[in-house]
Ligand binder design. Structure first.
Ligand SMILES: [Zn+2]
Length: 385
């Protein structure tokens, strides 16, 4: 199931108080090759079994889900995954496992909403992209979809006459023309292969790591739809191993996403004048989010604040837990604000753009939003102009 659908599924659970178990595990081994997640899980699970807030019926269901989690971790883990997110909702018979290509921080939470922050933070890595790595002798092509290589192929070209028989008696110019023709044909072949994949899957980016002599020809051969999506991976050597290529592409995806988020954060801060089309800081942004006024949300990965949520209307607030909700007088409970924000945004269809310790945004509270319309106190006199 694609990430978008899984997230939809997680926020579309029917009404009524539910208990969600959200588990994030860092699957990367430590220096000695041991997997640290097992130790983490063991200690947290025994704490969980003693949790008095879980009702006895739920306790039985929870125990069943925990066995399911254990079984999944023993039998279904792919060694290629660097992390995993597991969600269960015992009363709904919901069990979802999402492989992650970057290790998350280990965490386990039992709460009224699934904890989606760490997963949405990596959402850009689930986009579909192509990678084309080539020198004049061989090319490797990959199509990465939902975080894993869905298709890959290698092309090999032989150059017998240049390796063993010199220039085959050709003049230098003729030989060069001959070589240039080879390069053109090879670039064409590689691009055509990528083109076939891109017909079936919409590619968001095409990462290129060509050897210098192939670069111009590959770029020339790209159809216009792919030309717009090309991103050069300059740090790679075309002979680098696959894993190095994947991690360079992931790094580039994260950089692109961070740059886009920083641009949005700047725009928000420019527009966040009184009566403007944006909010900056937790209080006004939470209130806009609660009122469905947010078009785009920018959140810094380092944003971490405690607050509270209303058990009745779901309103999230900053700071100390009030005795009752100021909006509906409902009961309240402490909450981790970034989780409330991630859940609220996801359930109201608002995309979150993540910056990573972006100083201007952090100084402004670590969060901001672009609104669907201006919030005005009174009717604007300039309307209709
Ligand atoms: Zn309320």
């Amino acid at each position: 199931m694609p990430l978008k659908e899984m997230l939809q599924r997680l926020v579309k659970v029917g009404p009524g108080p539910k208990t969600f178990l959200s588990i994030y595990l860092d699957l990367s081994p430590d220096g000695s090759g041991k997997k640290r997640h097992a130790v983490f899980l063991k200690s947290r699970l025994s704490e969980l079994a003693k949790n008095p807030s879980v009702h006895s019926r739920d306790q039985t269901l929870l125990a069943r889900d925990l066995r399911r989690v254990q079984k999944y971790l023993e039998e279904d883990l792919d060694p290629a995954w660097r992390g995993i997110a597991l969600f269960t909702c015992p009363s709904e018979d919901l069990f979802l496992a999402v492989p992650m290509s970057q290790p998350p921080a280990n965490s386990l939470a039992l709460s009224v909403h699934p904890h989606l922050f760490s997963l949405t933070r990596q959402a850009e890595l689930y986009q579909t992209y192509g990678i084309l790595v080539a020198d004049s002798r061989q090319a490797r092509l990959f199509l990465v979809h939902e975080g894993r290589p869905e298709k890959q192929t290698s092309l090999f070209w032989e150059d017998k006459h240049t390796t063993r028989f010199g220039r085959m008696g050709l003049s230098f110019q003729k030989f060069q023309r001959h070589q240039q023709e080879h390069i053109k044909q090879r670039a064409k072949e590689a691009v055509e292969n990528m083109g076939k994949w891109s017909v079936r899957r919409e590619i968001k980016y095409l990462f290129l790591a060509p050897e210098e002599e192939m670069e111009a020809e590959i770029k020339k051969q790209l159809p216009s739809a792919l030309k717009k999506k090309q991103v050069l991976l300059t740090s790679l050597d075309p002979r680098d191993p696959d894993h190095k290529i994947f991690s360079a592409a992931q790094k580039a995806l994260q950089t692109l996403s961070r740059e886009r988020s920083e641009a949005l954060a700047r725009q928000i801060m420019d527009e966040a004048q009184p009566l403007g089309r944006a909010t900056v800081g937790p209080e006004p942004t939470l209130s806009a989010l609660q009122n469905y006024q947010v078009e785009r949300l920018v959140l810094d990965a380092k944003f971490h604040a405690s607050g509270w949520r209303c058990l009745h209307c779901g309103y999230p607030g900053m700071g100390g837990v009030p005795r009752s909700c100021p909006l509906c007088q409902g009961g309240t409970e402490p909450a981790e604000l970034r989780e409330e924000i991630a859940w609220k945004a996801q359930s109201s269809g608002v995309e979150i753009f993540f910056t990573d310790n972006f100083t201007p945004l952090m100084k402004a509270g670590g969060i901001g939003s672009l609104l669907k319309f201006k919030i005005t106190g009174k009717t604007s006199r300039s309307s209709g102009v």
